[in-house]
Ligand binder design. Structure first.
Ligand code: PEP
Length: 258
């Protein structure tokens, strides 16, 4: 089954409102309208920049989507500092990153937290916010050789208790921790091996639905390596950090997915 690629730019904790609007405008200016027929494009600004960035893309009508970098699973209540799914819906988010390795590492997010967030996101399909579930092994796990089992366990934990119909629009991003922000990209073969294993795991969980679920690669993807990575059979796009902060680099990666 042909899956439409997704290029997702994770801005992390970068860009004040003014800087975010300029970057969104630069991306918009360099996009050709028909590209969005062939590739989905989304950016993930910090919460404070979501609405202004959404407004830039809405005005330009190109179809570039915005997503959040995180969410809490409860719809409302006494959870100081948290942001809920209805709040993200209210500002037009189409996607939400869940379980990024930086959240697991610095903010103690567990597989159980990831599962609760994914379950909450896929529970209500009225105005979809598709989760992008991040998985990936550390260098120690890679060197020790059990990385396929490790990633498979993360995928199973993230989707525990979720049925195929609910999971159908979820995205999984394979992001080996040793490749994030390090300039050390996984080779296309390394990335394909794990993305293929992720699809097998999804297939064991969800049957035929797995063939329509997108699996992304993330980890120092840039304009120089994107084309080869994106040509792998089980890599359906990229989750791009550093290279998404410069419009010209991000656009080159989008072009590589066309
Ligand atoms: C990321 O944080 O999701 C990421 C892949 O970062 P980078 O592209 O900078 O390695």
């Amino acid at each position: 089954m042909a899956r439409k690629p997704l290029i997702a730019g994770n801005w992390k904790m970068n860009n004040t409102i003014g800087e975010a609007v300029v970057l969104a405008q630069e991306i918009s200016n360099e996009m050709e309208p028909d590209w969005l027929d062939a590739v989905d494009v989304a950016v993930f600004p910090p919460f404070t920049d979501l609405k202004p960035v959404y407004t830039v893309f809405e005005f330009d009508k190109l179809g570039v989507a915005v997503g959040a970098q995180n969410v809490f699973w409860e719809p409302s209540g006494a959870y100081t500092g948290e942001i809920s799914i209805p709040m993200l819906r209210g500002i037009g988010c189409a996607y939400c990153i869940v379980g990024h390795s930086e959240r697991r590492q610095y903010f103690g997010e567990t597989n159980e937290d990831v599962n609760r967030k994914v379950a909450a996101l896929v529970a209500d399909g009225t105005q979809r916010i598709d989760p992008i579930v991040c998985v990936g092994e550390s260098l120690a796990v890679r060197d020790e050789g059990s990385y396929l089992e490790f990633v498979e366990a993360q995928v199973k934990a993230a989707f525990a208790g979720i049925d195929a119909e609910a999971a159908a629009h979820a995205v999984v991003a394979y992001e080996p921790i040793w490749a994030i922000g390090t300039g050390r990209t996984a080779t296309p073969e390394q990335a394909q091996e794990v993305c293929g294993a992720i699809r097998e795991t999804l297939s064991a969980l969800f049957g035929d639905v797995a063939a329509q679920m997108r699996v992304l690669y993330g980890g120092s993807m840039n304009e120089g390596n994107a084309e080869l990575l994106l040509s792998q059979p089980d890599i359906d796009g990229g989750l791009v950090g550093g290279a998404s902060l410069k419009a010209a680099s991000f656009i080159q990666i989008v072009k590589a997915a066309l």
